[in-house]
Design a protein around this ligand. Sequence first.
Ligand SMILES: [Zn+2]
Length: 267
Amino acid sequence: MNGGYIDAHNHLQATDLQRFLGQVIPACEDLGVAQMIVNGITEQDWDRINDLARRHAFVTPSYGLHPWYLKEKQTGWEKRLGQRLIADPKAHVGEVGLDLWMPDPDLSAQIETLRRGLQIAEHYHRAITIHCLKAWDRLLDVLCSGPIPSRGFLLHAYSGPLELIEPFAELGAYFSFSGYFLNPGKEERLAPFREIPSDRLLAETDAPAMLLPDSHSEFQLPPTPDGEPINHPGNIRAVYASLSGLRKVDLSDLVQICAENANRLFG
Ligand SMILES: [Zn+2]
């Protein structure tokens, strides 16, 4: 099976991937990657994402402030985000979110940024991509008490409990599967992906982060100068292959299902 893969969440703009783009982009084209949602983590990323979207038809830009980097947040970001969305009708919001796994989380700043992101996405009728680690009840509170974009939202690399799938889905959630969950010791992360309704399912690499185990990786890149491993976005095909095995659904059917879902959420 070749083609039609949609990477619902990555960071093609990441500094660690820049020196490899000359090989990464042709590899994704050869694979038949149809779309990747490229997510900002700080405002400094936004120009690079915009450039990638202009140069490559398969890049769908998404502008956000990741909870790990909220200290870099600059006054007026909401207005500048709105201007990006007005300038590009295909652009979305994300990633933003809540993270109680990180050291010293500033939960009130995270909640404030998420609420503003949700308001902006709703106002401009865009999707929003949400990062959440160990803050699932808080996230449900925020979603239940504020505006949610009518086209829905993505819970990327969903690692929440089984019992929250239904309430999140009722609010408009889509859930993306990460190849990282195939690593030894992460087996419990696979269980929700057997249960998530087909019409809310997506797949992602989160490249350059969230590596698959070597046994599943189809593409490898040399590590960063600090020795950090780098995930290649072309591994999206391997993520789909694993998810098709997990769901016991044909790969071609899964590609079709995820394409319909991504089209509904991101256009
Ligand atoms: Zn991410």
